[in-house]
Design a binder for this molecule. Structure first.
Ligand code: SF4
Ligand code: SF4
Length: 376
């Protein structure tokens, strides 16, 4: 099973990025799963995630941003200003969105470094006006992308890209479910790497081939008889996005003998379980699908609770851990609603953890999580 190609996916993708750029291709840096990849690719532009997941650049960011902002915003900004991120350097333009307040204000500063298009996202998923507003935002993004790539976004191209992204999302979701099998050899960190790899795929066909290979290998592995099964508690992780470099919670859970079998967050399944309708008008289908993403910046945010219900059942979760990055007010406040839902509706134990990217609280976290897991 070639898991290594996914563990080092972002580093390996740099060669593909260089080749794409040498051929005259354009790159858009994106920061959120509301960025519509299908639309960006239909304009012949490659979307690459610039979302900061590491502690290292935060110190530089704090020279310009308040230390009380969430680490994801500071890390993303730090990478933009420190000149050490090959992906930020490679991006011709940035596609941003009005999700949380901290990000919006950070984008104002970032917009001084590269051309930045801000998508105005409604903060409710309900009603026709919100949908039309977002649909208008998608069309504005297309105009912006065309203005620098020179490629007009046609319905045909959009249809093709929607099919391609749906197939990738479906394949990733299959891999996630196989990897959650008690006999799966993959760790939570490895599953996270596979799910994050999508954000760095330059050539979708090549990426799909690698993913399908992994899925087939996993299926073949699990068909073997007599495989040892892991017995630790099965944990569903929800909340803020976490990634390579901000995965201390995942590591602690696994070190304590439990398993994160499902990640509901944006680096996990949140973006993978919502296909775009492939019939009818592709613009409207795209707008409807992206508006349904269950982020805490939406109010109300009932889709998150429904996703949790479905995932808890599909992944046979024994407990739910809700991760909030310090300074993330929307996920923090929403945790009360989520805890009530998990405990009262799903009947599962719930733990809310508030932390940042630094390792300074690792032992405190370990003690809390150990006590939680012992009760399962
Ligand atoms: S948590 Fe919300 S704002 Fe953050 S990446 Fe996900 S959808 Fe975007
Ligand atoms: S984790 Fe929260 S505060 Fe940070 S960027 Fe995402 S929504 Fe905003």
């Amino acid at each position: 099973m070639n898991i290594k190609q996914f563990i080092n996916f972002s580093e390996l993708s740099i060669a593909d990025l260089d080749a794409w750029k040498e051929g005259g291709g354009k790159i858009a840096g994106v920061y959120c799963i509301y960025a519509p990849n299908e639309l960006i690719r239909a304009a012949q532009v490659v979307p690459i995630s610039l979302c900061g997941k590491k502690q290292a650049p935060i110190k530089e960011a704090e020279r310009e941003l308040p230390p009380s902002l969430c680490p994801l915003i500071k890390s993303s900004y730090g990478y933009a200003i420190n000149g050490n991120c090959p992906f930020f350097s490679a991006a011709d333009v940035l596609v941003a969105e009005t999700t949380c307040d901290g990000k919006k204000k950070m984008y104002e500063l970032m917009g001084r470094m590269k051309p930045l298009h801000l998508m105005h996202l409604p903060h409710t998923q309900k009603g026709e006006p919100a949908l039309q507003y977002w649909l208008h935002g998608l069309r504005e993004l297309a105009v912006f992308l065309t203005s620098f790539s020179g490629t007009k976004v046609t319905d045909e191209a959009l249809h093709a890209r929607i099919g391609e992204e749906n197939a990738i999302r479906a394949e990733l979701a299959k891999v996630a479910l196989l990897a959650a099998d008690d006999r799966s050899p993959l760790t939570a960190g490895e599953i996270l790497a596979v799910q994050e790899s999508k954000s760095f795929a330059v050539y979708p066909e090549k990426y799909m081939t690698a993913l399908t290979g992994l899925r087939r290998d996993l299926e073949a592995y699990l068909e073997q008889s007599g495989l040892p099964a892991r017995s630790g508690a099965r944990v569903l992780l929800t909340g803020c996005p976490a990634g390579k470099g901000s995965d201390k919670l995942l590591n602690i859970v696994e070190e304590l003998g439990a398993r994160v079998v499902c990640m509901e967050n944006c680096t996990g399944l949140k973006g993978l379980t919502l296909p775009v309708d492939e019939t009818g008008d592709p613009w409207e289908a795209l707008a409807r699908r992206y508006l349904q993403i269950p982020c805490s910046c939406m109010t109300p945010n009932p889709n998150r609770l429904e996703s949790l219900r479905e995932m808890a059942e599909a992944y046979r979760a024994d407990a739910v851990i809700d991760l909030t990055w310090l300074g993330c007010h929307t996920y923090n406040a929403e945790s009360t609603t989520v805890s009530r839902f998990v405990e009262e509706e799903l009947g599962l134990p719930f733990l809310h953890v508030e932390t940042d990217y630094s390792l300074s609280d690792t032992e405190q976290l370990r003690t809390r999580i150990e006590a939680f897991i012992e009760l399962l």
